[in-house]
Design a protein around this ligand. Structure first.
Ligand code: PLP
Ligand code: COI
Length: 337
């Protein structure tokens, strides 16, 4: 297969190897790499009926020296275990998680996009409840699998701003599963996402499900804004996904760019205070937000066509660290040897 590294979108590509381990009788087996990209599971698997599943997303970056970096994979492991606990699934030991990711990246080394193409190898760990269970209670068998594919930008345009629309739907409930990376949240976002695309927006912005007055997040990324007073502000809410990219940006905004980094409320009627805004996440990286369509207004931040200076500086710092071009805070980079 020849791949046009510079023109990849965010789509499934079957790579040769994936890792698969099984939980039966209360324990994980050793797991192994396999070439089979299909799963053979019971028709009554709780993952299929009751959404007992969770997943992760991270990337492998081809360095200038030919090596490969992973970014904060330990945080993905911790988050998967928090999601697993919320949905009554077994913990995946961190050692097994990280080793599986490294093994899958190494086995598919030829699919790691070369440095300079702007593409990355997207890695998708997945944990599902399987077996013959038809009542609404946790599965007694589970599968943990990790697969990967080369990807380009998630939102078309990369660092070119795109527009978003505020949704009337909620993706999560106040005390629901919004903070867990579970399929049900994404199923709930399909219709709102499609409606946003039909109106030519990149995606929708969800509001807090309790009062519908504050920005929560985008369907597949967290939100941040930069104020005229050099503050980096990102929503704090128990019903959004705790984005690893967001926490990395909070750190870099404060320690590298000298901004005031704040996790707090972002009221919809207070958007004027932001001079720049963006969506951040593993797939989204940093996608500048040109404007947001609310019920009665189209609010433009920096520009609909150009990325703002602070968003650009954050992007360069984050991506520079991920590719190994800039020094990383202790423990952020894992070398895939
Ligand atoms: N919010 C949602 C709903 C997501 O799906 C993602 C993607 O993982 C994010 C935020 C960003 O999280 P992270 O930076 O850990 O990839
Ligand atoms: C990610 O950024 O890894 C995501 O999971 C977002 C989306 C593709 C679901």
């Amino acid at each position: 297969m020849t791949i046009d590294w510079n023109n990849l979108g965010f789509e499934y590509i079957k790579t040769p190897y994936r890792f698969l381990a099984k939980w039966t009788d209360g324990a994980w087996n050793k797991g192994e790499l396999t070439e089979d990209n299909t799963l053979h599971i019971s028709e009554s698997s709780p993952a299929l009926h009751y959404g007992q599943q969770c997943f992760e997303g991270l990337k492998a970056y081809g360095r200038k020296d030919g090596g490969i970096n992973l970014f904060r994979v330990d945080e993905n492991s911790k988050r998967m275990n928090r999601s697993a606990q919320r949905l009554r699934m077994p913990q995946v030991p961190q050692e097994m998680f990280i080793q599986a990711v490294k093994d899958v990246v190494k086995a598919n080394r030829e699919f790691v996009p070369p440095y300079g193409t702007g593409a990355t190898l997207y890695v998708r760990p997945l944990l599902i409840g399987v077996g013959d269970t038809i009542g609404v209670h946790p599965a007694d068998e589970f599968i943990f699998t990790v697969f990967c594919m080369p990807v380009g930008p998630y939102f078309k345009g990369g660092l070119t701003p795109t527009n978003f629309i505020v949704s009337d739907y909620d993706r999560a409930a106040p005390n629901g599963t919004g903070a867990a990376k579970v399929g049900g949240n994404y199923a709930a976002s399909l219709l709102p996402g499609e409606e946003a695309h039909e109106k030519n927006f990149s995606d929708c912005i969800y509001l807090d499900p309790e009062t519908h007055t504050k920005i929560e997040e985008v369907g597949s990324a967290n939100f941040f804004g930069i104020t005229k007073d050099n503050e980096f502000i990102t929503p704090k809410s128990p019903s959004i996904l705790p984005s690893i990219t967001k926490y990395s940006l909070l750190h870099l905004a404060e320690h590298t760019l000298g901004l005031k980094a704040i996790e707090g409320d972002v009221y919809l009627n207070d958007l004027d205070k932001f001079v720049e805004a963006g969506a951040c996440g593993t797939a989204a990286v940093i996608s500048p937000i040109g404007g947001i369509q609310t019920h009665d207004d189209f609010h433009v931040f920096y520009s609909e066509t150009e990325v703002g200076p602070v968003t650009k500086a954050l992007y360069e710092e984050l991506v520079g660290i991920q590719y190994g071009d800039r020094p990383a805070p202790e423990g952020w980079i894992f070398d895939v040897k």
